[in-house]
Design a protein around this ligand. Sequence first.
Ligand SMILES: [Zn+2]
Length: 453
Amino acid sequence: MDEKIAPHLEELTRALGDIEKTGIRAEFYKLLAFRVSPEIAKDTILRKFGGKRKILKVKDLSASLKNFEITGRILDIGEKPLRPQEGAHEGPSKLYTGVFADETGSVMFSSWKELPGSVGDAINIKNAYTRLWQNRVRLSIGEQSLVSRVPDSSLPQLSELSEIPSKKLIDIGAADFSVNTVACVLQLSHREVPVRGKQSKVISGVLADETARLPFTAWVELPGIDIGSIIRIEGAQIRMFRGMPSINLVSSTRVSAVTAEDAEKLAFTFESASKDPAPLKIEEIASRDSMFDVIAAGNIVSVRPGSGIISRCPECSRVIQKANCRVHGKVEGVRDMRIKAVLDDGTGAMSVMFPRELAETIYGKTLEEAEQLMFSDISKDAVYEDLRRFLTGRYIAVRGNSSNGEYGISFVAEHAWVPDDDLAVRVVELLRRLGPDEEEQCSEVSGGGISLA
Ligand SMILES: [Zn+2]
């Protein structure tokens, strides 16, 4: 293990100086404890502490990136005066906002300093960062950023960059500003939500094509469109929702039904798009910022602390300690159960969150039964210890949504089960490793799936 880690620690020292004193070494080991690979842990730290300058494209942008370099064209720019803050010194008095694009996409930006260029000009930004603002990723140019105008380089022309890109669902990312796509409606429901204090009707659901699925929200009516419709969407806005890009149909978005004739030319039909997704390797999931409604399977290699019985604030559902919510103060907590476990399939590992219903299924105990265990045992970690004993090493499949962050992939499971198709193969493999004597016994197990419940 140490042989694998040593070169990364050396590199961190070269880039960042005394890593012992600055606590970077501890940060590195913290990431390893989350089963982040040494390589990724090193990159994360370099990104966070600015040791290595990264050159990014618009398509690479996600929330909370720091200290990267990017080159693109200004598509649009405007300025607004800022109200001087009380007690503030000579801060910036104007904020410049607009749209910035390269050949991979376009993104909203905001700048605290005047830019050395206007609409159509190509600029290079060093020490740029990103922010999530109104659920959209925004390229930020701060006081510490260096901006220079660059010669009209190899960037596509303004007219080309201003065109809204047509994308498959899998290629739609957090930084996308506006996209065109063709997809079929897999799910659709109407609900009322408060928008600026007024109840408004919105439609939400799931879209699919041959590459992926994504959630959508329509803030406008969609006459004639229902589950099974194949639609062409022009000028949809992308916003982040629970760490996932979501397609927003707004008043400026054009939505039209695809004719039967045109639908025949597509690589998907409603039938093919509504089939269960094929299982993915965890390394594939790790290679993307986020994935919606995907399946993976692996062994539970550890159950994380914080799993078991928890208390939530009745107002905001935050997890609370000692009947104290950090927003609502003293409250009567509501009991809940959850499991956070690390799932490993040999290609990578990810942290999976099982909410109560799934936690009860994979643990085989209800919340009430777990509470009995908690009350009957003097150890306050009784449930956690029991969970660890019961779940560690189990092979399970999960279906849900993933998002990739500072501590690797976090996956929220919406379904979980024991895949019986692989069981026979894995048991035979295991027995082969153990030796020939045990092989006969495997026929008993390979007959069918076992249920965890
Ligand atoms: Zn609360």
